[in-house]
Ligand binder design. Structure first.
Ligand SMILES: [Zn+2]
Length: 283
């Protein structure tokens, strides 16, 4: 039985929790790929079923499709996908959902949890963060969800980056150069075909410009890369150039094109600077 998170590089369990099946890829897919490359176990958990990410399919059709896409995406980095099966667009921080999440986290026994901050435009994202916060202490309380044995430790909990300014701005304590795995991250995003080539272009009124499947996978991935970059301006590398130079030195720090950044959640295992270095060693 674990009495603290495991920090041994190569044997850690990293649980990335998003509201939707493609959230983890967007925000921490590169870092997850690097951790996986070190031998760590990666699990992407979507709290909702993705059944609202469509303009033309019924909920059952898109739900099944997105389940396959999520599995195919995380399989690229030898990870696993899980789904809590709440209805997309209707996630609430209810007691029922809190208990379901506590059960899942206890079963997975992660060392590190990565999720989004509670400041976000999308209610599902906000409530995903709220649910992780609400679950954090209760993971150890035996009489809460008594049918699943409690954890005897609190995992490290961290937030992936965002650009929201209120009520407070994202304040990263770790940054990762993901240029070496950018192709992998884009391949993972591209596996979410219903989102990269249908739903998100439809939201952006760009459906007519999407390269069709017969244009080839290189053209499709270039589209995905452009879509990803459009949604993250300025990039984390531009925004936190000083952190990159501090971590990697001036030469490499200035050259990084794409990065992912992380803030620590106070409700998780207490991490100091030395532990942050250990968590991100080799990535
Ligand atoms: Zn989302």
């Amino acid at each position: 039985m674990k009495h603290s998170p495991n920090f041994e590089v190569g044997s850690r369990i990293v649980l990335c929790i998003g509201a939707h099946p493609d959230d983890c890829e967007f925000r921490c897919g590169g870092t997850a790929a690097l951790w996986s490359g070190l031998g760590d176990t990666i699990i992407f958990l979507s709290l909702t079923d993705g059944s609202s990410g469509t303009f033309r399919e019924n909920p059952q059709q898109i739900r099944e499709r997105r389940k396959l896409e999520a599995a195919a995406s995380v399989a690229i980095i030898h990870g696993k996908s899980r789904c809590m099966e709440c209805v997309d667009g209707s996630l609430t921080p209810s007691l029922e959902n809190r208990f379901r999440l506590i059960s899942l986290i206890r079963e997975i026994q992660p060392d590190i949890i990565v999720t989004n901050r509670p400041n976000d435009y999308h209610p599902d994202h906000r409530y995903a963060a709220q649910l992780v916060q609400d679950a954090s202490y209760m993971l150890q309380v035996p009489n809460v969800v008594p049918e699943v044995p409690p954890l005897r430790y609190v995992p490290v909990i961290m937030y992936w980056g965002d650009s929201f300014e209120f009520p407070y701005r994202f304040s990263p304590r770790a940054i990762v150069d993901i240029d070496s795995v950018l192709d992998t991250k884009i391949a993972m995003l591209s596996a979410h075909e219903s989102q990269m080539y249908e739903w998100l272009p439809w939201v952006d009124s760009q459906l007519e410009q999407v390269p069709p499947p017969e244009a080839g996978s290189a053209a499709r991935k270039a589209w995905t890369l452009a879509l990803y970059r459009r949604r993250a301006v300025p990039t984390y590398a531009e925004r936190y150039r000083d952190l990159l130079c501090e971590r990697y030195g001036e030469l490499r720090g200035m050259a990084v094109v794409e990065a992912e950044a992380f803030e620590m959640c106070e409700y998780g295992y207490h991490v100091d600077g030395a532990l942050i270095k250990r968590i991100f060693a080799g990535v």
